[in-house]
Design a protein around this ligand. Structure first.
Ligand SMILES: [Zn+2]
Length: 616
């Protein structure tokens, strides 16, 4: 794909009206320099979603969703950055220009086009073999036995690879494709005596497509006893196993409508559910969801419903997924399938879409799932069983997203063990278990989310840094003064560092619309940085800042930085023969004491700072 030219992106940015765009999803009312309305990303009755029309940024004080023009369209329309630009260009009548590609880039593009064409031919070839070839009878019978009708199989372009060694190879050659291209597409393998032969033989093939439905590779199930049962395309220029999701393009629209996506394990689970009328389903082809898969799923919906067999292996995979999902701001739910049934068996056994939706309605959050597991897998009648359960629970609860969520689970545990909540709290703090003493994220999990990977740990610091930057923006003279010689090291995260550069650029450049540091169009910045910038901009218009407040925030920021340095130094391993570490520590402690005294000696500000909490 050629890149959209920078000047075209700027044109779209200039022409588009964020208030109008947001207005399609929620009613906005003017409020000072900004617009307010109920959040289009979470359920609420009182408006906490604000839009800054000039900067074209939005931020929700309730759920923490924030970003720019492009990220808004990406989120609401399930598009990637380039698609969002194209969508807006279309809407505002701007003809996009694309960057001229180098000769090498051009050759690479042609090569990929050829591979795509070859994979398309292969898909059609396998389809014909399944439906029109007498040899495809066994494959058709297999699908039929599984209760999968021809309609749904045709929709997903299921096919069949004949038992021979060179059927596809010869067909592709006749169409002008080379052996090298067949190898590059992962359709053939090299034989021992040179030469190539078909990779997939006597197998049902499921095309693995991108989000536009273009085939990138195949997953193939054997019809005989041949091992492995499932054989997939190898890594190629187009197909990457860690990103693959079966059914992605089909699920897109329905996932947006339903605001959820079901994740199942197998191809036939997807086919059975779609046949039953549930469209927003994809298969991960394994229980261990990768980061890339979660990111792609997150573009469909932030609510992921995992319908895996909850065996022991599944549990380990799920807790890894939990941590990844938390970082990405996704919420995971576990749909418990009845013992021994996969989703395909379940809907085909007569439960249908209705039965499946009911199961999903009783899904648990991943946290609830883990709490239940810890309680059920230990013998709570025995002291050692209880100790074990508490050790597990402590680790599990450390993962809780919010204190509210944690308190709810504390009540469940207390009920289950016939103990008071206080006792449970005490026992959890006393038990030694995995998880350690991680402090939970503050109630504004939005802040934790926006803070990125270290979100849970630095929630408070993130809050402080954002307010400081908002104060600098609100009081330009003071802001320029403080930010002038500021070392970025006072900020803990890459996102707030970038937001600081943005604020600095805004404060120093007279021509605000044109500066290189502007992050509003950087595609990669769409998620993290533009969200933090939006938070800063919209906070600066909401809180009443005074010079004294900014001074105090600045001191606290420095104190937080010194505390980080002290912690890092203390944690540093190794011997300290020269005593330099001790000396450094002592110096830092002195600095921190001075900063704390400075904060204490600040004049008391009488107008209280408002708007600190999320949601009003
Ligand atoms: Zn919201």
């Amino acid at each position: 794909m050629p890149r959209i030219a920078r000047q075209s992106i700027d044109q779209v940015q200039a022409a588009a009206d964020l208030v109008e765009i947001v207005g399609h999803y929620t009613r906005l009312k003017k409020s000072g320099a900004n617009y307010m309305g109920c959040c289009p990303f979470h359920e609420e009755k009182t408006p906490s979603f604000s839009v800054n029309p000039g900067e074209k940024l939005y931020y929700c004080f309730g759920c923490g969703e924030g970003g720019n023009l492009f990220s808004f369209v990406q989120r609401k329309e399930n598009l990637d950055f380039a698609q969002a630009v194209e969508h807006l260009a279309d809407k505002y009548g701007i003809a996009l220009e694309y960057e001229e590609t180098s000769a090498q880039g051009e050759a690479e593009r042609r090569r990929r086009d050829r591979l795509r064409a070859l994979l398309e031919r292969a898909t059609a070839h396998y389809e014909r073999r399944l439906w029109d070839d007498r040899a495809g009878a066994a494959a058709r019978a297999y699908l039929d036995e599984r209760g999968l009708g021809a309609d749904v199989c045709r929709r997903f372009r299921v096919g069949y690879a004949l038992p021979g060694w060179e059927r596809l190879r010869d067909a592709a050659r006749r169409q002008g494709f080379t052996e090298q291209e067949l190898l590059d597409a992962g359709l053939v393998v090299t034989g021992r005596r040179g030469g190539v032969y078909d990779r997939f033989r006597d197998r049902i093939v499921f095309p693995l497509a991108d989000d536009r439905g273009r085939t990138l590779g195949f997953g193939a199930r054997t019809l005989t006893d041949e091992k492995p049962k499932y054989l997939n395309s190898p890594e190629t220029a187009l197909y990457h196993k860690s990103e693959a999701l079966f059914g992605l393009h089909n699920a897109k629209a329905a996932a947006g409508r339903d605001d959820r996506v079901y994740v199942v394990e197998g191809y036939t689970d997807v086919l059975a559910l779609v046949q039953a009328g549930i469209e927003n389903v994809v298969a991960s082809m394994g229980t261990a969801l990768t980061e890339q898969q979660l990111k792609r799923l997150g573009r469909l919906s932030r609510e992921l419903y995992l319908c895996f067999d909850a065996d022991a292996a599944g549990v380990g995979a799920m807790s890894r997924a939990l941590n990844l999902a938390r970082r990405l701001g996704l919420s995971l739910h576990v749909v418990r399938m009845p013992e021994g049934l996969d989703p395909a068996d379940y809907v085909l056994s007569g439960a249908g879409a209705q039965g499946f939706r009911e199961l999903a309605a009783h899904s648990e959050t991943l946290l609830q799932f883990h709490v239940r597991l810890a309680l059920e897998s230990n013998d709570l009648a025995r002291p050692d069983g209880r100790a074990q359960a508490f050790a597990q629970l402590k680790g599990v609860l450390a993962e809780a997203a919010t204190p509210i969520e944690r308190d709810e689970e504390l009540r469940t545990i207390a009920d289950r063990l016939h103990l008071s909540e206080e006792s449970v709290r005490y026992l959890l703090s006393a038990s030694s278990g995995a998880g350690g003493a991680r402090s939970p994220a503050p109630a504004g999990s939005a802040a934790a989310r926006a803070a990125g990977p270290a979100g849970a740990a630095v929630g408070g610091v993130h809050e402080l840094e954002v307010r400081f930057l908002a104060g600098c923006l609100a009081l330009p003279d003071k802001g320029r003064d403080v930010l002038g010689g500021l070392d970025e090291g006072v900020f803990a995260s890459a996102e707030t560092k970038a937001a600081c550069r943005w604020v600095k650029a805004r404060l120093t450049s007279a021509d605000a619309g044109k500066n290189e540091d502007s992050v509003d169009c950087a595609p990669d910045a769409a998620d993290g940085v533009s969200g933090v910038v939006a938070e800063v901009v919209l906070r600066s218009g909401r809180e009443r800042f005074t010079v004294a407040v900014v001074d105090e925030l600045f001191l606290r920021l420095q104190e937080a930085q010194v505390s980080r340095l002290i912690a890092r130094l203390k944690a540093a391993a190794g011997t300290d023969e020269t005593g330099t570490r001790e000396a450094k520590l002592a110096e830092l402690e002195r600095v921190r004491r001075r900063l704390r005294e400075a904060v204490r000696s600040l004049p008391v500000v009488d107008d209280s700072i408002e708007g600190q909490g999320p949601g009003t």
